[in-house]
Design a protein around this ligand. Structure first.
Ligand code: RB5
Length: 146
């Protein structure tokens, strides 16, 4: 898969670990995040990954900030993004299965690297179920048109 990754200064180390992990699994990773610990602003990275996902330049996105919250809120402002912030693999699996989340987000101050890998495994290893969930996903995007 081709995966966009984005992060702020709170998540450089975890981002680097996740890039290496994903590449080790054979994925292509496009880095939209910061690579320094200098203070920066998470909305720009959430937006950049969101736009890459919606433009289908990549198959999906991964966002990491301190909590995963701010960067996912920013990404969700991009029309067509369904970014889900999670802290364990059950939610990561279910948000792909039911919400067809096209971005998974988590917090570097919340989860350790083993949990982050388990989240990525669950998210990337799950297919959207469609069916009864499609109407609800369509309803989410209908909100963007109001
Ligand atoms: C940065 O200090 C922090 O606010 C950011 O990484 C994130 O946690 C925001 O939601």
């Amino acid at each position: 898969m081709k995966i966009a990754i984005g992060n702020d200064h709170a998540a450089v180390a975890l981002k680097n670990e996740m890039v290496a992990y994903l590449q080790g699994l054979g994925h292509e990773v496009v880095n939209f995040g910061t690579d320094t610990n200098d203070s920066c602003n998470y909305p720009e990275f959430g937006e950049a990954v969101g736009r890459a996902v919606v433009a289908k330049e990549v198959d999906c996105g991964v966002l990491i900030c301190g909590t995963g919250i701010g960067i996912s809120i920013a990404a969700n402002k991009v029309k067509g993004v369904r970014a889900a912030v999670v802290s364990e693999p059950v939610s990561a699996r279910l948000t792909k299965l039911h919400n067809d989340a096209n971005i998974i987000a988590f917090g570097a101050r919340i989860v350790g690297s083993e949990m982050a890998k388990a989240i990525l495994d669950a998210y990337l290893g799950t297919e959207y179920e469609g069916g009864r969930h499609q109407k609800r996903v369509d309803m989410i995007h209908a909100i963007e048109e109001k």
